[in-house]
Ligand binder design. Sequence first.
Ligand code: ADP
Ligand code: MG
Length: 315
Amino acid sequence: MDEFELIRRYFVPLARAEQHADLLLGPGDDAAIQRLPPDTELVFSVDTLVEGVHFPRDYPAELLGWRSLAVATSDLAAMGADPVCFTLALTLPEASPDWLAAFARGLGKAASCFGISLAGGDTTRGALTLSLQVHGAVPAGQALLRNGASPGDLVCVSGTLGDAGEALNWLDHPAPGDNARQLLERYHHPQPRLALGRALRGYASAAIDVSDGLLSDLGHILEASGVGATVDSDAVPLSAPLRALGGEDALAQALVAGDDYELCVTLPPPAWKQLPDAIRGRLTVIGRIVEAPGLEVTGSASGQATGGYNHFGVS
Ligand code: ADP
Ligand code: MG
């Protein structure tokens, strides 16, 4: 199977299955074309996943398809952007039909779930590596940035944290029980918080997705905004399965483990009050922005070292 046959067989059908109206030209030409409606801005981001670094060796191809698009699309959620299309640069050691079919299936499920269309890509031979560039759109000037947090703002997170981190301990378990299965589901099928990010436009002063760990990712907001924060570790939301399986480590996982892809946002108190109930109900207040730089953790995990996953080992 040559490169063109591979694209025709596995990726063109996927592009046809989910067709965003603003993707005017998908795979097959020299480049893709995206329409930008008046008064919108293009929001785009690229993510690379390397086998053995960002996902385990021999990770099931269908899960990899979902996961790679989910983690890339999560950056659009964190910007409050509406997904439009993505490109896929795929480097493969070999063209295995079974692997490709499963990968395309997972990718396709994620694409239709998130409403994002495959626009094109590049296919090369080498160590298994995926690069996905995602494109989204926001009304002009309304993207959620990291640099808008001010002293007095509330620090909030969506969902529960630490589940995907705890799941890593169960990846190779032959018979995970119900709790472990629920945690594994969080690792295998991350859900970019697209609707929430969109709903927070005009309310949140800063936002980031929790990919490297809460303390590390909140640290990025603090640095970009030139402020500090206090976080009450006992307010950090933990799921029942994590409480059951994580034991004493549960809270530490929730503070420093990555891969949950929840949102961490800051909101001025008046904006918090004005939020629609359904949106407020998806968020938990865990702390406050303060003027003095630094991140102070109070409560049971007050001694917790700050930081999360960092590829170069410096924070
Ligand atoms: P070029 O040489 O112009 O870069 P390519 O041979 O790399 O063209 O790609 C041909 C077409 O196939 C392009 O439209 C490209 O976007 C698309 N394509 C290549 N690889 C992929 C892929 N993995 N998924 C989707 N589309 C792809
Ligand atoms: Mg090319």
